[in-house]
Design a binder for this molecule. Structure first.
Ligand SMILES: Nc1ncnc2c1ncn2[C@@H]1O[C@H](COP(=O)(O)OP(=O)(O)O)[C@@H](O)[C@H]1O
Ligand SMILES: [Mg+2]
Length: 175
């Protein structure tokens, strides 16, 4: 039997109301997409062209006006479809008073990790994103690029089969 697509988007439309008497915004108009397992897929487009909205619909964070999205064959609107997906939002919000290690550990616990496996995962991920030396510093003192690296570690903490990254190139920033 064929493997289900990592991500499948069928005739996705999303409109937003912007206020009484104001025209609606068509963020996404009739997109079809099929991303197979193991594939790397990039979305390129000008600001406001609907990239983030499409990703949020795929993740079940916004409800399609029309059409449907699924992850590994499960509807994106079903809570369990999130089990195998990691997400780096465009503007992640983190607690400034936590250290890098505490932050990744916090997200690991939310994903059901604990004890030694959690500790090892946190160490491995901070190493991977190049923040091992800053692990015990509070996020309030991190630079923008460092925060995005923490975002990447957070997205990887549950070893997801599908990784969705919004504007990941900010990670290349050194400021
Ligand atoms: N929650 C929202 N309410 C109203 N308009 C929105 C909302 N989210 C996105 N939009 C609008 O939808 C369009 C697409 O936005 P977005 O998906 O963020 O684009 P991109 O990520 O490609 O820059 C824009 O016109 C944006 O203003
Ligand atoms: Mg965007």
């Amino acid at each position: 039997m064929d493997q289900p697509a990592a991500a499948e988007i069928v005739n996705l439309h999303k409109t937003f109301k912007t206020g009484l008497g104001k025209p609606v915004v068509h963020a996404v108009r009739g997109i079809d997409m099929n991303i197979r397992q193991g594939e790397v897929y990039g979305l390129i487009g000008p600001n406001g062209s609907g990239k983030s909205t499409l990703m949020k619909a795929l993740l079940g964070l916004v409800r399609p006006t029309e059409g449907s999205c699924s992850i590994f064959g499960r509807s994106s609107l079903a809570p369990d479809s999130k089990e195998e997906v990691g997400f780096l939002p465009e503007n992640p919000y983190f607690y400034k008073f936590l250290t890098g290690a505490e932050t990744v550990s916090f997200y690991g616990k939310l994903c059901g990790l604990s004890g030694k496996p959690l500790k090892e995962k946190v160490r491995e991920l901070l190493e991977l994103v190049g923040l091992a030396d800053a692990a015990d510093r509070r996020l309030g003192g991190y630079s923008k690029g460092m925060l995005q690296r923490i975002g990447m570690a957070q997205a990887l903490v549950q070893s997801p089969r599908l990784l969705v990254l919004d504007e990941p190139t900010g990670i290349l920033s050194t400021t």
